[in-house]
Design a protein around this ligand. Structure first.
Ligand code: 13P
Length: 355
């Protein structure tokens, strides 16, 4: 099917996900990554346990008040809840649009620096996306990763390759009716200052949109998922929240076209509270473009929830999830009061993190 066939639907889907006061729950950890999360609470990484955990998330009553979309790993898109109903149905009952991670992970970038990667998964993507659409998915995610080092990263090669991959992916899934979430993550690893992050991020995002134009991507039917503009994790003094908000908005205003309906930030290792506070401050700044500025958090929505669930406490887990979902929903309209919802202040940053 040609992109033009889906154009109106893509715009509608993107606008529905980027509605004011709503954000995305990222639950697309690969089987290996979710295994690390489950191990942290002493739960074995079996299909039944993954199903029980995610089934708990997707039956949290009222979650749809704060969350418009959930990104799933392939296993979950085709999985049933322990009660026999499909996970897709559970989400739809809450008014949450199901999405799917379609990339096949990071690979070493030949010709780049040792730490540099490209994101794989383009082969057969139009066909795979059509299967996911058939199964109920309406949007997709692809995560490219760049790193700042003091010896020249990201290289131009890495910026070009990752931007091109994101644009090829975006065009490919749009051909099958899925709204692409375009995710050029810049890792927090390093000791660089915030000005360095801003300069790199501006160049990366501009390169991504140039590649999108060359590939004929329909921008109104896309969402951007960037990292926030923060100093490197080893930089001192620690990040100033107001400066992070201002530098992030400045970077977005310099590089993201106004036709993109929504920017949904990743949490990238920020603590739950910091992720809410930074987003809230961003939404207090008057902006030049009208994009909805919201969240697509994985760790910052699930950390205290996972702990509260602990393998069996459904009610406790759901309560913790709803608390962070509400906090971030408020932050997406600039009305979050710091500390008004329970959260964990634990830094979730892990150097060299792989998803
Ligand atoms: P974090 O919010 O944990 O960074 O995860 C979001 C995500 O989907 C990364 O690809």
């Amino acid at each position: 099917m040609a992109l033009s066939y889906y154009a109106e639907e893509l715009k509608k889907t993107a606008a529905a996900i980027a509605r004011p006061g709503k954000g995305i729950l990222a639950v697309d950890e690969s089987t290996k990554t979710v295994g690390k999360r489950l191990a942290s609470i002493g739960v074995e990484n079996t299909e039944d346990n993954r199903k029980a955990y995610r089934g708990m998330l997707f039956t949290s009553k009222g979650l749809g008040e704060y969350i418009s979309g959930a990104i799933l790993f392939e296993e979950t898109l085709f999985q049933n809840h322990p009660d026999g109903e499909s996970m897709v149905n559970k989400l739809e009952k809450l008014g949450i649009i199901p999405g799917i991670k379609v990339d096949k992970g990071l690979r070493p970038l030949a010709g780049g620096h040792d730490v540099e990667t490209f994101c794989s998964g383009l082969d057969g993507l139009v066909e795979r996306a059509a299967d996911y659409y058939e199964q109920g998915a309406r949007f997709a995610k692809w995560r490219a990763v760049l790193q700042i080092t003091d010896d020249g990263c990201p290289t131009n090669l890495s910026i070009q390759e990752n931007a091109w991959g994101l644009a090829r992916y975006a065009r490919s899934v749009q051909e099958s009716g899925l709204v692409p979430i375009i995710e050029p993550e810049i890792l927090m690893d390093g000791a660089h200052d915030i000005a360095k992050t801003a300069a790199v991020q501006e160049q990366v995002i501009k390169t991504v949109y140039k590649a999108c134009q060359e590939n004929g991507v329909l921008l109104e039917g896309t969402l951007l998922k960037p990292s926030m503009t923060v100093p490197g994790a080893d930089f001192t003094p620690k990040a100033d929240p107001q400066q992070v908000a201002e530098m992030t908005i400045r970077t977005m205003e310099r590089s993201v076209p106004a036709s993109v309906p929504g920017i949904v930030f990743l949490s990238g290792g920020l603590s739950e509270e910091a992720a809410s506070v930074y987003l809230n401050l961003m939404n207090k700044i008057e902006r030049k473009a009208k994009w909805n500025v919201s969240f697509s958090y994985g760790r910052a929505l699930q950390h205290s929830c996972l702990k509260a669930w602990g393998g069996s406490n459904i009610e406790g887990g759901q309560k913790a999830l709803l608390a962070r979902a509400q906090a971030n929903s408020e932050a997406s309209t600039g009305s979050y009061v710091t500390g008004s919802q329970p959260s964990s202040d634990e830094a979730l940053f892990v150097a060299g993190y792989t998803y």
